[in-house]
Design a protein around this ligand. Sequence first.
Ligand code: PEP
Ligand code: MG
Length: 327
Amino acid sequence: RRAVFAALKTEAPVTKDGHRLTVMVNAGLRDDVAALDVTGADGIGLFRTEFQFLVSATLPSRERQQKLYRDVLDAAGDRPVIFRTVDIGGDKALPYLNKEDADEENPAMGWRAIRLALERGGLMKVQARALLEAAAGRTLSVMFPMVSEPWEFDEARALFEAQREWLSARGKKMPNEIRYGAMLEVPALAEQLDLLLPNISFLSVGTNDLTQFLFAADRANPKLAERYDWLSGAILRFLAKLVAPTRAAGVQLTVCGEMGGRPLEAMALIGLGIERLSITPAAVGPIKAMVRSLDRAALAAFMADLLKTPPRDMRGALLAWAGENGV
Ligand code: PEP
Ligand code: MG
């Protein structure tokens, strides 16, 4: 099977009825970029910049950040890279950030990601400058994690724009284009999505966090892992509602949580109309194989029907459809 998946490296993720989907990889370290060539993926849909911070004993300097980002862009070449600003704090606490801030009862719902970054503006400024300079003369795609309200995105973007002006005024070469996006992983954001869509180029759904918040179920607690399935009516209906508004606004919609790397889950996402996945590199072969066996129109019709009265065993229903339809 490995050989089969490796052979798919040069094959595009096109469904049997001719839809070209986009399959990208999640990455976080310099060496992860090699996965692009190994898998033939379309780009890096999620570069987790906090990894460099987590493996470092002290706060990475602007120079070190910039070097990493430039190396990643160089290695990716023409393929797009979406850099996510640091998702630290909470359970990804850094010993060299203020210790007393890290003492939280519910770290996943705590002072993390954009919440921390907006308050610790210095941290975000340094990262913004590193990203802006690293992407000089190229496209910079940047997204913000754990956005709960549209104003948080506005503030983060304003911070980047202020840094761009500051650097420009000092004669630094800047990116040709900056594309801004947000992660949707806090359910509250979905309720005000109409306010956010005009300001973003892309929206990336983090199903790892989204699931734990939708179900109020800790993603790290093994006692709950079996209880709430990604293939549930609640999650699939939630995701289905994002498709039409993002499409109408011309905003790219991607799923970048682990869910998209599992064939049956990815099949369900595609059935909802999701066309872009960013997944763990090892999953690219299996997902491409699934996509290439799929009649997207037939699946979409089946899913629409299924979500009207979601069965308790959603997984079983999807598995049966896959079996009957040669997926
Ligand atoms: C997610 O929450 O689904 C996600 C992609 O981000 P992370 O796993 O880094 O929290
Ligand atoms: Mg997340």
